[in-house]
Write a protein that binds this ligand. Structure first.
Ligand code: TZP
Ligand code: MG
Length: 212
């Protein structure tokens, strides 16, 4: 938990925010730890580890191993959903959604030095006072996605533009974003695009060459 890392991320929010999902195999024969190494090699600055389902010891060990690779490379490491796991693996932050612990409670647990991201899916959620506890906000799904179970309705570029008008915090768009649609999403006002399935060992370099 390095407050300087948090400041550096917030001062210049990375335009690409890769998410390593333990379930959605990033690519055949590429484990989450290998993906973390590949991202480090390509110059990623902020990476999230996402594990849906039971947080078994195996998942915990995997989160810790991913974190260790990212930390050594000086990359911001965010854990999805779980403040307790983020603290246990000494992550740089945690990202929660509408069904997780409320942001105020997460902030109480993690303190002020760690990053807190909060997912929203519409204007009402973006305007809610809960957002005040977050360092950055996410809006999505930007496009249709198969990486999320029961996704909220697609917000499209109109939703990203509306989100931009509702917050001055760093805004991350997520959902179905690909190398070919990322620039459109950034042009609609997002500071960053978060990507699960659209990024793989074979195209990481392309992502990072275009936007860091
Ligand atoms: N939240 C909104 S869409 C989504 C999440 C976690 C999934 C994004 O994954 P992909 O594969 O980049 O569409
Ligand atoms: Mg969540």
């Amino acid at each position: 938990m390095d407050a300087r890392l948090k400041s550096a991320i917030l001062a210049n929010f990375p335009a690409v925010y890769p998410i390593i999902d333990s379930g959605a195999a990033t690519a055949p024969d590429c484990s989450p730890v290998q993906m973390a190494s590949a991202l480090a090699g390509a110059g990623a600055r902020l990476v999230q580890y996402r594990h849906k389902g039971e947080f078994t010891r195996r998942a915990f060990d995997e989160a810790a191993a991913v974190g260790s690779v990212l930390r050594q490379a000086g990359i911001g490491f965010i854990v999805n959903d779980r403040a307790d796991i983020a603290l246990a693996v000494k992550a740089d932050g945690v990202h929660v959604g509408q069904d997780d612990l409320p942001p105020a409670e997460v902030r109480r647990l993690i303190g002020s030095d760690m990053l807190l991201g909060y997912s929203t899916h519409n204007a009402d959620q973006l305007s809610d006072t809960a957002c005040q506890w977050a360092d950055y906000l996410a809006i999505g799904p930007a496009f249709s996605t198969s990486s999320k179970r029961n996704p909220d309705p697609v917000v499209g570029m109109e939703g990203v533009r509306e989100a931009r008008s509702l917050t001055e915090k760093p805004l991350v768009a997520i959902g179905g974003i690909t190398l070919s649609s990322a620039s459109e999403v950034l042009a609609a006002g997002a500071d960053s695009v978060a990507v699960i399935s659209g990024i793989s060992p074979t195209n990481i370099a392309q992502w990072m060459r275009l936007w860091r």
